[in-house]
Design a binder for this molecule. Structure first.
Ligand SMILES: C[S@@+](CC[C@H](N)C(=O)[O-])C[C@H]1O[C@@H](n2cnc3c(N)ncnc32)[C@H](O)[C@@H]1O
Length: 257
């Protein structure tokens, strides 16, 4: 199976339970939407923007940005995730066109969007320089001149210093009890990529239903990603820390000249 199909399968299988990675998905959506909306409006002004979320998943940032007044389109390599994003948007009376698409081959004409968002550690699913370049070149192609790129990743500079082997458990209250989500990480010999096992423990009567899903990430250091963005033809690539943006991850922004 190709890497892309493996990623699509990982998120297809996770789509119905993806909200359980949050203590409260709606609260997380609102908080992320507000922060990204401020990032966008600080750079492009107050008018509503035409936004492509090219790794929208089940719609966390896409729905939230639409609720902030932007015209948002959502795409993702996982067709189950985009279908759920469409349903979640409809149930909140939000207009969100969605489509399954690989960010390395976006199904849009050039210069179509004011903003491209690729949030919550989606780009690091691409494991080679060629794939990262292909995705960034596509994001640049669909952005208008002066358009804004917004990418967020885990804080990989800090992570690369300690190479942790797990994440903390996330508890989510559901009508049937508390679910637990955590990850185990196995670093490759190159010290940059890691395989993750994504565990979800869901209460099931007296016991637990356990889901384990596997994928791989490339822990791209901030300078490395900023350099790739510049190589793809963007200008003014800069990182904003969570303390300043209000977003829970470091946010990289850059402009099409
Ligand atoms: C950690 S999830 C974040 C999803 C969403 N942004 C959110 O926060 O709910 C990463 C997302 O990246 C998507 N993804 C990974 N590789 C992709 C690719 N090549 N093209 C488009 N989407 C991709 C996955 O399917 C998944 O939905």
């Amino acid at each position: 199976m190709s890497e892309a199909s493996a990623v699509a399968r990982f998120y297809d299988e996770l789509a119905a339970d993806y909200h359980l990675v949050y203590a409260n998905w709606d609260a997380g959506m609102a908080q992320q939407g507000q922060a990204l909306n401020s990032v966008i409006r600080a750079r492009l002004g107050n008018a509503p923007a035409s936004v492509l979320d090219c790794s929208c998943g089940i719609g966390t940032q896409a729905i939230a940005l639409a609720l902030c007044g932007h015209r948002v389109t959502g795409t993702d390599i996982s067709s189950s995730a985009v279908r759920r994003a469409g349903r979640e948007a409809s149930s909140r009376e939000v207009h969100l066109p969605v489509a399954a698409a690989d960010m390395r081959r976006l199904p849009f004409a050039g210069h179509r969007f004011d903003v491209v968002v690729c949030a919550d550690n989606s780009l690091p699913h691409l494991l080679t320089e060629e794939d990262v370049h292909a995705a960034l070149a596509e994001m640049r192609r669909v952005l208008r001149p002066g358009g804004l790129l917004v990418i967020s990743t885990r804080p990989y500079d800090e992570i690369l210093r300690t190479r942790p082997v797990s994440t903390s458990p996330q508890l989510t209250s559901t009508p049937t009890g508390r679910t637990i989500t955590f990850q185990l990480w196995d670093w490759h010999n190159d010290g940059e990529r890691y395989d993750l096992e994504h565990f979800q423990l869901i209460p099931d009567g007296e016991g637990w239903r356990v889901h384990v899903r596997r994928s791989t990430y490339w822990a791209l250091a901030r300078q490395q990603l900023a350099d790739s963005v510049t190589e793809a033809g963007f200008a003014a690539a800069e990182w904003e820390a969570p303390e300043s943006s209000g977003y829970f991850q470091p946010v990289l922004t850059a402009r099409v000249p």
